[in-house]
Ligand binder design. Structure first.
Ligand SMILES: Nc1nc2c(c(=O)[nH]1)N[C@H]1C(S)=C(S)[C@@H](COP(=O)(O)OP(=O)(O)OC[C@H]3O[C@@H](n4cnc5c(=O)[nH]c(N)nc54)[C@H](O)[C@@H]3O)O[C@H]1N2
Ligand SMILES: Nc1nc2c(c(=O)[nH]1)N[C@H]1C(S)=C(S)[C@@H](COP(=O)(O)OP(=O)(O)OC[C@H]3O[C@@H](n4cnc5c(=O)[nH]c(N)nc54)[C@H](O)[C@@H]3O)O[C@H]1N2
Ligand code: SF4
Ligand SMILES: [Mo]
Length: 754
């Protein structure tokens, strides 16, 4: 086994920021971990969480052999040849009997790994699968839907140089979401010329640094954002020159915002109208503003409307396409699907956005006798039984399928419901990367190289998909011989043969990732065969964004530039700048019909206008609390760390509650409560804190995982939040869940025996 006694570059896989790390290893363990100063984006920064990464790499529940469910519901080990043959056979049977479109794909990547999903497209095409979903369809699809209509692109905030940073339902102190978050937050907070605006019902660590903290009542952001937009229009803080140049329909929007009663809407949101005005004026008068929304508004009532209003805040004030504002960057590889948004889910007719079926309706697309229902599922790098709304119903749905295949590194809540479990090499045992944003104007990409050999018994996802495609008859060795020969000749010759082959042979074009893996892959340095697919992504980026790529210092034109880019990725496992943009390019990247920003989304305008008549929520006596089910804290990391021992403080993940509520419920610090929602009831420990307003309670995300203790007894530590959520509580447009707004009641528990 290779030991890295020297520092070795890799990356953090615990959140989408993917900070660069340097590590030392010994006998399969990560023994020393520090930030990597050579990563051009994170520059040595990390938070507290990656220190424990060996708990991801090595733990009791890592999978070490393919497993098959036995008739008595247990699992038995099988070898890989049997697993591949039986899995492809079972899926092919569904295809032949019901059609490949009855097999659904879920997942494809987490916070640190997106190559599996990219290679899976070959297996999906080989089986004729048409429908997929992943965690983005329970958080970001509402925002995507809005962005597609307004911009046809995805603008990203530049907090490094902005004058005014705005966070809406986002706590970057803990959840990050952009590079070097804590450093940047402190810099903005200390600088008297710069300001921070935070909209959150809880006084978060980020709110503590803010100049304007609007402590909104949970679930009423639409009112507050509408009031802020109304201030901008009513006080004429609008950038008319920008709107004239880049939009068309302000005159349709203006009267709607002019009518809004700022005082009444602010009060409805629990915010002093003067605070609303002050924050809006700060945005209206700033030279630059950057805005980031996240789960606090995306998983709450009016979620898609919230995303629309959030974007109007910066568009009406012209904070787009300049330093410190919102810009549209380049991307190597695709995180978000393309294609039309006109498709609907096969049973319920739910809107498919960026190619994804809303997570909340997946059980409805299975638990029915509708002829188009799903019959099988491939779940890769996702834990939907734990992470999607309504865990009991998700378990029922998986059990109703003819065949469930899970590809994962660990025995998860979801894997327990599989017919076959295929064990993957971990993210430190293969070449991996993510397609999350790498920044603007300089875009950084990191292709991480393996620290360890794949654990015996595991395979990388590209290898799994290649074997599945072969077993399904999607390719034979002879089909690839010409390309293999061309790969030996290298660069230009391979590029030519590759385009010619794909143009002539649609069946190979359909499984392109696997073709690259099998032909170019073996020519790559040892352990980096999985990088092959990125060769195509590099060629594409070099062709579409030649100037930006050359500005990053890469030479050549056409395929030679693509090749140079690909080699840069292989040569720089610490991360490398792959493109440099000028800000004006943001306007050229608008992909709307007329190339302008669209100000009016008719459906959402209707929802905005209907706010005026929306009844205030009644004090629901059965469920008087609003539970935010799934808060990010310093000791949560989705379900990537399964061993609860990584949480030294607060191992169980306490329910947070305001002191006056705690007194009313009759619970003391460290006491226990029973929390009940319309879906379920569970017990938990409490933490009493005045950072929460009365009536608002929170539970951390990612807890309640099933893991063996020191004696090997399986235990669930903490509350699995989705035992308490319902799939019908969701946004009407995007189907995204309202996890931040779960009605609940609390009762103090008798102190239990210790
Ligand atoms: N430490 C840590 N970091 C993470 C993760 C993790 O598990 N742990 N997960 C990563 C992932 S997958 C994601 S998507 C991001 C999510 O990152 P965030 O969205 O920042 O995370 P949350 O804590 O879920 O929610 C953000 C804020 O929403 C607030 N909120 C609740 N209800 C409302 C409301 O009605 N209105 C408003 N305005 N705010 C509300 C909460 O008080 C909270 O401060 O974090 C990423 N980073
Ligand atoms: N109630 C509530 N529910 C929530 C949230 C909330 O705030 N509240 N947050 C939601 C959000 S924003 C998100 S993003 C989701 C996250 O939930 P999921 O998408 O389910 O993702 P993760 O917990 O990040 O882990 C995914 C899986 O990947 C596996 N894995 C790790 N490395 C590899 C690998 O190399 N290969 C393979 N094949 N598998 C691997 C892990 O073992 C794990 O099972 O949770 C969501 N669920
Ligand atoms: S901010 Fe995210 S990527 Fe960076 S070290 Fe922390 S968890 Fe890892
Ligand atoms: Mo997420």
């Amino acid at each position: 086994m290779t030991n890295h006694t020297e520092w070795h570059s890799t990356g953090c896989i615990l959140c989408s920021t993917n900070c660069g790390l340097q590590v030392q290893t010994r006998e399969g363990h990560l023994i020393k971990i520090r930030g990597d100063k050579n990563n051009p984006r994170s520059k040595g920064y990390t938070c507290e969480k990656p220190a424990q990464l060996d708990r991801y790499q090595n733990h009791a529940d890592r999978l070490r052999s393919p497993l098959r469910r036995t008739p008595d519901g247990e699992f038995e080990e099988i070898d890989w040849d049997t697993a591949i043959a039986e899995v492809s056979n079972r899926l092919d049977q569904i295809r032949q009997k019901h059609g490949g479109d009855k097999i659904m794909y879920y997942g494809g990547g987490g916070q640190g790994n997106h190559l599996g999903g990219a290679y899976s497209s070959a297996t999906r095409r080989a089986l004729g699968m048409r429908y997929q979903s992943n965690a983005l369809a329970q958080e970001k699809t509402g925002e995507f839907w809005v962005e597609r209509q307004m911009f046809g692109a995805r603008p990203e905030p530049d907090f490094q140089s902005t004058e005014v940073a705005v966070f809406i339902g986002k706590n970057p102190w803990h959840s990050h979401g952009f590079e070097r978050a804590r450093v940047t937050l402190r810099e903005i907070s200390k600088d008297p010329e710069r300001s921070m605006i935070v909209i959150d019902p809880r006084r978060t660590e980020t709110a503590d640094l803010a100049d304007h903290f609007l402590q909104v009542r949970p679930g009423t952001d639409a009112f507050l954002l509408a009031a802020m937009l109304a201030v901008l229009v009513q006080e004429d803080l609008i950038d008319h020159a920008f709107l004239n140049a880049h939009t068309k329909t302000f005159r349709d929007l203006k009267p709607i915002l002019e009518e809004i009663d700022v005082a009444a809407y602010s009060k409805r949101a629990g915010v002093d109208p003067e605070h609303t005005r002050a924050a809006a004026r700060r945005i209206g008068r700033a030279t630059s503003v950057a805005v980031l929304e996240d789960l606090g508004i995306e998983m709450a009532p009016h979620s898609t409307l919230n995303s629309y209003l959030e974007k109007l805040l910066y568009v009406l004030t012209g904070h787009f396409g300049r330093p410190g504002t919102m810009n549209v960057g380049t991307h190597l590889g695709k995180l978000i699907g393309t294609g039309s948004d006109n498709r609907r889910s096969p049973v319920g007719g739910h809107r498919i956005i960026t190619g994804l079926i809303p997570c909340n309706v997946i059980p409805d697309e299975i638990l029915t006798d509708h002829p188009n229902r799903f019959r099988g599922m491939i779940i890769e790098s996702g834990n939907p039984v734990h992470s999607l709304a309504d865990s009991p119903r998700m378990r029922e749905a998986l059990d109703a399928l003819d065949c469930v295949i899970v590809i994962d590194v660990a025995m998860t809540e979801t894997a327990r419901h599989a017919d076959y479990i295929l064990p993957a090499a971990s993210q430190y045992e293969k070449t991996e990367t993510t397609f999350f944003g790498g920044g603007f104007p300089e875009h950084v990409f990191q292709l991480r190289q393996p620290l360890f050999e794949p654990m015996p018994g595991t395979l990388t996802e590209p290898e799994i998909h290649s074997r599945l495609c072969r077993a399904l008859g999607a390719y034979r060795d002879v089909d690839l011989s010409e390309l293999k020969a061309a790969a030996e000749e290298g660069g230009e010759s391979f590029a030519r043969t590759f385009s010619a082959t794909l143009a002539e042979r649609p069946n190979l074009a359909a499984i392109m990732p696997v073709v690259l893996y099998e032909t170019l892959g073996p020519r790559l340095p040892a352990g980096q065969q999985e990088a092959a697919l990125l060769w195509a992504a590099c060629q594409q980026l070099a062709a579409s964004e030649e100037e930006s790529v050359r500005r990053a210092g890469l030479d050549g034109t056409g395929p030679a530039l693509g090749q140079a880019l690909f080699e840069a990725l292989l040569d720089h496992p610490e991360g490398v700048v792959i493109s440099k943009d000028v800000h004006e390019v943001s306007f050229q990247r608008l992909q709307t019909e007329d190339g302008r920003i669209q100000l009016v989304i008719p459906e959402l305008i209707e929802e905005l206008q209907a706010l005026a008549d929306e009844a205030a929520p009644s004090q629901d006596d059965a469920f008087p609390f609003v539970l935010a089910a799934g808060e990010r804290r310093g000791n949560t990391a989705n379900t990537i760390y399964r061993d609860p021992a990584w949480r030294r403080k607060d191992p169980e993940g306490a329910l947070r509650i305001n002191p006056r509520d705690a007194a009313r419920v009759g619970v003391a610090p460290g006491g226990r409560v029973r929390i009940t929602t319309k879906r379920g009831a569970l017990e938990t420990v409490v933490e009493i804190t005045d950072t929460l307003q009365e009536g608002h309670i929170t539970l951390p995300n990612g807890l309640g995982l099933d893991f063996p203790d020191e004696r090997g007894e399986r235990k669930v530590c903490g509350v699995p939040p989705n035992e308490l959520t319902s799939s019908e509580d969701r946004d009407p447009w995007a189907g995204t869940p309202w996890h931040k707004h779960v009605r609940a009641r609390l009762e103090a528990c008798e102190p239990g025996p210790l």
